[in-house]
Design a protein around this ligand. Structure first.
Ligand code: DC
Length: 227
């Protein structure tokens, strides 16, 4: 099958917008593959830390990214044959990922790996540049967002439920800093591309957001079949 015939739903948006949860549920509903591209940046940052590479050493980081031995299996991430576990989900790993994600050579080195997830019968991919750079021909592009305050509260609740002590105003500050860095970088910045449709989840439950994405996907398939 020609790869470009395989449908892709690209879901981009800021940190803690819920895009990962929504994307995974949409993929499950459609029987599609799922790509959590943020996890690739996070695990690259982790690999750099294990190897003692500074987070601004662009050439060495790009080389590391180009030969990264990472695989995803039933929600588990494996790096060099070992489970990475929760280390990849911490705020520190998110911040380190955001720093290395601003480096153009590193982003370039991760492109082919991300595109290799496009397999039949389809893919749901979430991140910052899924619709703008990685899968510009995606069938449907969604920019899923929520206000920084709502996102901070959701992250706070998640951490408390896991028994992790958290400080709401600190989380809000971190999110705003990360949004600013991800939006201001020169390559593939976090932004809603012109052909993406906006989904504001401030007042939506996860189930309602999933239904909305599925409805929009069915509409875009229907429209494409009429052309
Ligand atoms: O989605 P996340 O929070 O797991 O992503 C962690 C960081 O990785 C995020 O702050 C920016 C970066 N990232 C990116 O630049 N491009 C992507 N497609 C995905 C993530």
């Amino acid at each position: 099958m020609n790869e470009t015939c395989i449908p892709v739903i690209a879901i981009d948006g800021p940190s803690a917008s819920g895009k990962g949860t929504v994307a995974a549920l949409v993929a499950k509903e459609l029987g599609f593959h799922y790509l959590d591209s943020g996890a690739i940046y996070r695990v690259t940052a982790l690999a750099a830390q294990y190897a003692g590479i500074a987070l601004d050493n662009e050439a060495t980081l790009a080389e590391l990214a180009g030969k990264l031995d990472v695989s995803f299996d039933h929600g588990e991430i494996w790096l060099d044959g070992k489970k990475v576990g929760e280390a990849v989900r911490t705020e520190e790993s998110g911040n380190a990922a955001s720093k290395i994600a601003a480096l153009p050579e590193l982003r370039q080195a991760l492109l082919a790996f991300q595109r290799s997830f496009r397999k039949a019968p389809g893919l749901v991919a979430d991140g910052r540049d899924m619709g703008s750079v990685v899968f510009p021909d995606a069938t449907l592009k969604i920019f899923l967002t929520a206000s920084a305050e709502v996102r901070a509260e959701r992250r706070y609740k998640q951490l408390m439920e896991k028994g992790i002590h958290a400080n709401l105003s600190r989380i809000l500050q971190d999110l705003q800093q990360r949004d600013a860095r991800d939006s201001a970088r020169s390559v593939a910045p976090l932004q809603k591309c012109a052909d993406a449709s906006l989904l504001d989840t401030d007042t939506l439950t996860i189930a309602a957001a999933v239904t909305e994405v599925l409805d929009r996907y069915r509409d875009s398939v229907l429209q494409a079949s009429r052309i």
